[in-house]
Design a protein around this ligand. Structure first.
Ligand SMILES: [Cu+2]
Length: 575
């Protein structure tokens, strides 16, 4: 079982146990003995079964197994200890076990709420509020069952409530405000050798034979493909015609100077209708990249404000095809395309995922190699056949092959998007490439780290704004309340990224590529893997490192852009 399915099973058992105790208590109160006994048995079995799931989670290295033991186990044991013996001894009135069963139900519900709603890390105030809730609910039930709650129970509930609330409203240290420093201005003065102008505006575009309302660069989705050769000085003038919520250009994966990074509120102001902004940077890194707006990025990118950026090392021969995959108005892009290719022609397919979730790509009909990931060439890539690749949100894979005499086809999630002739293959059952074990290894350039940071990705209630929201959190906080990570120029920095939630988080640090050290404590054994976008799946622990060599203030966020908008965004700041 994967960690994600173990987590789901554990959650299901927890819900079953809580519901069983609560239902059993209600049935006992109504003097329905058989139902009460049946539900209590279900609850007991589910509670015991959780020992198995928690143990299994611990064995696969889930970081928070101990927390389950600390929070859920005592409450589960208390529930069994209070309700179990009473149940066995309840020869007379079944109603006498109603309260213990209800108490067990409240205790497990509280543990569940703390786990799901509050997330990591659990604070003393949340613990006290949970205890207050359990005691208060038990006292109220006691009262409704025609008995009288002891004054001690009421006193405990009130005391816990007051203490918990007191701790909750005590302000913690305020995170440094990221926007007080003004915007960086330094821009290279070299004369541009490649000039482009992109105009953002609302548009109607054709997708799969349907008209779709979009936001587009130059009226097309994706926007124009920008190309350059290593050594070029690229200048792009961005104009906004009528996108009311503003537009910027972020060069995804291209480690430009901070002032050109295109993050509104951090490196520049959003470009409003009628305004323009000129970006200029040196193309000193070859590879496959893309650009997109970073202003209300969740909506803006989804509506179509993105395009491809390809930087080539020099004149190339053969066929060079870019395949930017996107979902526009619920319809997949690009449309299927077929072209004749002579046998023996070298082909490079540049696969780009511009959506917010992972896509599965499968190249059928030929051996191929993964030449590059996220713009960086891999060392010693070996031939692959009938193997799929998973590309995270924002990620890019370059596949290369020599065109065979027979047709080749590329499938994305089972849909054919590119082919060199009539070709039909079922690719669903293919194994998936693990990039951490692919290619020729090389020694890690660093053995010690000047800074280490841990990022726990999670969900939780964020109560700091005007309205409470169920946010995507990092270390228990949501943007803008996540403290920035502060580094010095030249530092070698290590991140440990842990996913405590039930969803995939594609992580993306601006301005730097990170070297993957390990995943789930297993060191990367393939070619050095320099990534700017990588999927941290539920339960996974990634260790990555980079040298802090690009000063400024950089966004560091989940590239499921809906998650980023819902809090999963922090900043890397040079002191
Ligand atoms: Cu995410």
């Amino acid at each position: 079982m994967t960690t994600a399915s173990l987590l789901a099973a554990d959650l299901l058992l927890a819900v079953l146990a809580a519901a069983g105790w609560l239902g059993g208590g209600a049935a006992a109160a109504a003097r329905r003995r058989p139902l009460a006994l049946a539900l209590a048995t279900v609850a007991l079995l589910a509670t015991l079964a959780r020992a198995t799931t928690v143990l299994a989670l611990a064995r696969v290295g889930w970081w928070f197994a101990a927390e389950k033991v600390v929070v859920a186990a005592p409450l589960s044991l208390a529930a069994v200890a209070v309700a179990g013996p009473r149940l066995l001894r309840a020869a007379g009135d079944i109603r006498s076990v109603a309260l213990p069963l209800l108490f067990a139900g409240y205790a497990l519900s509280a543990a569940l709420l703390v786990t799901v709603l509050h997330g990591y890390p659990v604070s003393a105030s949340v613990g006290l509020l949970a205890v207050a809730g359990v005691v208060a609910a038990t006292a109220l039930s006691w009262r409704l069952l025609d008995a009288r709650p002891s004054r001690a129970a009421v006193a405990v509930a009130v005391a816990a409530l007051l203490a918990g609330t007191g701790l909750a409203v005590t302000p913690g240290p305020a995170p440094a405000a990221p926007h007080e420093h003004g915007y960086p201005k330094a821009r290279i003065s070299d004369e541009p050798t490649r000039r482009f102008t992109l105009t953002a505006g609302t548009a109607t575009v054709r997708v799969g034979g349907h008209d779709v309302a979009a936001w587009a660069f130059d009226g097309q989705v994706p926007g124009p493909e920008l190309t350059a050769t290593v050594g070029d000085v690229v200048q792009v003038t961005l104009r906004n015609r009528d996108i009311g919520r503003g537009v910027t250009l972020h060069w995804h994966g291209y480690d430009v100077p901070n002032s050109q990074d295109g993050v509104p509120g951090v490196t520049q102001s959003a470009v409003l209708p009628g305004q323009e902004f000129v970006y200029r940077f040196r193309a000193d890194q070859a590879g496959t990249y893309w650009y997109h707006t970073h202003s209300v990025s969740d909506v803006g990118v989804r509506m179509g404000l993105y395009g491809v950026l390809v930087v080539r090392p020099g004149p190339t021969s053969g066929l060079d095809v870019t395949v930017p995959v996107h979902t526009l108005g619920g319809r997949p892009l690009p449309d299927a395309r077929m072209e004749q290719v002579e046998a023996g022609v070298p082909v490079r397919l540049r696969l780009i995922n511009t959506d917010s979730t992972t896509h599965r790509y499968a190249l059928a009909g030929t051996d191929f190699r993964v030449a590059a990931i996220d713009g960086y060439e891999l060392g010693g890539p070996t031939p692959l056949r009938d193997t799929a690749v998973l590309i995270p949100a924002g990620g890019r894979y370059d596949l290369v092959f020599s065109a065979p005499a027979t047709p080749v086809a590329l499938y994305v999630d089972g849909r054919r998007v590119y082919s060199t002739g009539a070709q039909s293959t079922a690719t669903d059952g293919w194994p998936v490439l693990d990039p951490l074990t692919y290619g020729r290894p090389a020694p890690t350039p660093w053995s010690r780290f000047d800074r280490t940071f841990t990022l726990v990705l999670d969900r939780g209630l964020d109560l700091r704004g005007l309205l409470p929201r169920y946010a995507h959190t990092v270390n228990g906080a949501a943007d803008p309340d996540i403290p920035p990570q502060v580094v010095r120029s030249g530092d070698v920095v290590r991140f440990t990224i842990v996913n405590r939630s039930q969803t995939v988080h594609p992580w993306h640090l601006h301005g730097h590529h990170v070297l993957v050290l390990s995943r789930d404590r297993r060191p990367a054994t393939g070619s050095p893997l320099w990534l700017d976008s990588f999927d941290v799946r539920p339960g996974e622990v990634w260790e990555v490192a980079f040298r802090a060599d690009n000063p400024g203030m950089w966004a560091n966020h989940c590239h499921n852009l809906g998650h980023a908008d819902a809090g999963m965004m922090l900043h890397l700041v040079y002191s």
